[in-house]
Design a protein around this ligand. Structure first.
Ligand SMILES: Cc1ncc(COP(=O)(O)O)c(C=O)c1O
Length: 464
């Protein structure tokens, strides 16, 4: 199909730069002092000490001139802001859900959905956990059950749809606890914790059939579902000629509602929403949002934020934007693979995930290899990344023991429209340099552990 991309360079940026933000270079001594001060947790470092910020792709996108123009069109009325209706129209057009409740970001929507749908003692199956999603399920009295295919837990397995739901695992749960104890299945597009891995449309259709039979709604985590749609187009028979926005709609039409962190796909610095088709669930969400976020026509956002989001959604579904997005991430991944760096494969959409188990085989998982590696990359080059392994997995609420995920990863997350190809080269060189002296890297011990989502604020010290 005509993807409207550049024939000479298929992922060349479909924009030019109008304003720049200057970066500060630091010395190794400065970075060492900064990471010590931050308790070897990149989340606790200051942005001014960072050279290339690959901590997250959440809220870190560069907005377009049209989005900024939308900011000036903010209708900051308490109720019934025009911008809400623009956002509602964009969500209906591209995601297709009937009802919209804006929230300040994704976890605001997760809170609403979990409180409305989950009862004490319920089980919520999902295609791998996400940190905030699972916590909200647990806080609402539910137990998360992982029903992703086994391939997702193996960083070297190149199965093209590692985000698929294993229907046998799902059925085993339903048989064990009964469908009435399963309020919904939580289905994430381009599964973050698995390395940005998509589900296939074939899998989703089979899931839909199963869920219809058992009267279980499918609630989508739509955060990176456009990126999932891109992979369906690339990898699944019958989709190679379909525009990505149509694939997105087909996905949404097979589900009953969604939570969305608009800080990713939708190209905004803040924002999210809950959307659904069921009138009763909508009424409850509309009512509950008033308790936690704000009135149902702004949900914790300014009018201008909703306008930027409406415009961001329109830009996010274009072929040229997505080609540049996926192309840049793939460029970095291929450089690392060529240098023999162990990364999760296939290369995902939003980040490169280094396999810290293979990078640092001499560090036991109890000594936080991915956390150590993230700190080391920062010391090496001022590149800020994050841990996605034993620290992020947290403790089992029943046993209090550390969960020990098979995947022990460092995430190099690429913000949308922010960095250049030269930046990607710097990142690759820094990772390769650290790889060459990997035996020097030591593990860490945790010296402070917060109760919730510990990876954000935990502090560490190097093992002596
Ligand atoms: C897959 C996924 N779901 C939900 C969230 C939560 O969204 P937010 O950070 O906007 O609260 C995130 C954020 O990183 C995410 O990656």
């Amino acid at each position: 199909m005509n993807t409207q991309t550049n024939e000479h360079h298929p992922w060349a940026e479909p924009y030019k730069i109008k304003m720049v933000e200057l970066l500060r270079m630091t010395t190794r001594e400065e970075r060492l002092a900064a990471i010590r001060e931050a308790g070897y947790n990149t989340f606790l470092t200051r942005s001014r000490d960072v050279y290339i910020d690959l901590l997250t792709d959440s809220g870190t996108s560069a907005m377009s001139d049209r989005q900024w123009a939308g900011i000036m069109l903010g209708d900051e009325a308490y109720s019934g802001s025009e911008n809400f209706y623009h956002l509602e129209a964009a969500v209906r057009e591209f995601y297709g859900y009937k009802h919209l409740v804006p929230t300040h970001q994704g976890r605001g929507a997760e809170n609403l959905m979990s409180q409305i749908l989950i009862s004490d003692g319920d089980f919520v199956p999902g295609n791998m956990y996400f940190t905030t999603t699972r916590l909200h399920q647990e806080l609402a009295g539910g137990t998360f059950v992982d029903v992703i295919v086994d391939e997702a837990h193996d960083p070297e397995n190149t199965f093209p749809f590692k985000g698929n739901v294993d229907l046998d695992k799902l059925d085993a749960l339903v048989q064990e606890v009964g469908a009435d104890r399963v309020p919904y299945i939580s289905l994430e597009g381009n599964v973050n914790m698995a390395g940005g891995q998509p589900f296939s449309m074939e899998n989703l259709k089979a899931l839909r059939q199963y869920c219809r039979k058992h009267d279980i709604p499918i609630m989508l985590d739509a955060t990176r579902t456009i990126e999932n749609a891109w992979f369906i187009r690339e990898r699944e028979a019958g989709y190679s000629d379909m525009p990505v926005r149509k694939i997105l709609r087909e996905i949404c039409d097979l589900t009953d509602g969604c939570t969305m962190s608009a800080k990713k796909d939708a190209l905004v610095n803040i924002g999210g929403f809950f959307a659904c088709n069921d009138d009763e669930v909508f009424k409850k969400a509309q009512n509950l949002v008033v308790v936690y976020e704000g009135l149902h026509t702004y949900g914790g956002l300014a009018g201008r934020d909703m306008e930027a989001m409406a415009q961001g959604i329109r830009e996010s579904v274009t072929e040229e934007h997505m080609a540049a997005r996926i192309g840049q991430v793939r460029y970095l991944g291929q450089k690392l693979l060529a240098a023999g760096i162990p990364i999760v494969r296939p290369i995902g959409s939003h980040a490169i995930f280094i396999d810290a188990r293979r990078f640092l085989p001499h560090i036991d998982q109890e000594h936080f290899p991915a956390q150590s590696l993230a700190a080391e990359l920062f010391i090496e080059s001022g590149i800020r990344t994050m841990e996605r392994g034993i620290v992020s997995a947290g403790r089992d609420p029943e046993t209090g023991k550390n969960r020990k995920p098979k995947l022990e990863l460092v995430r190099l997350t690429i913000p949308r429209r922010v960095y250049t190809q030269a930046h990607m080269d710097v990142v690759a060189d820094a990772v390769i340099d650290v790889y060459h002296r990997r035996e020097e890297i030591r593990g860490l011990k945790m010296v402070y552990e917060p109760e919730y989502l510990r990876f954000f604020q935990a502090r560490f010290e190097p093992l002596t």
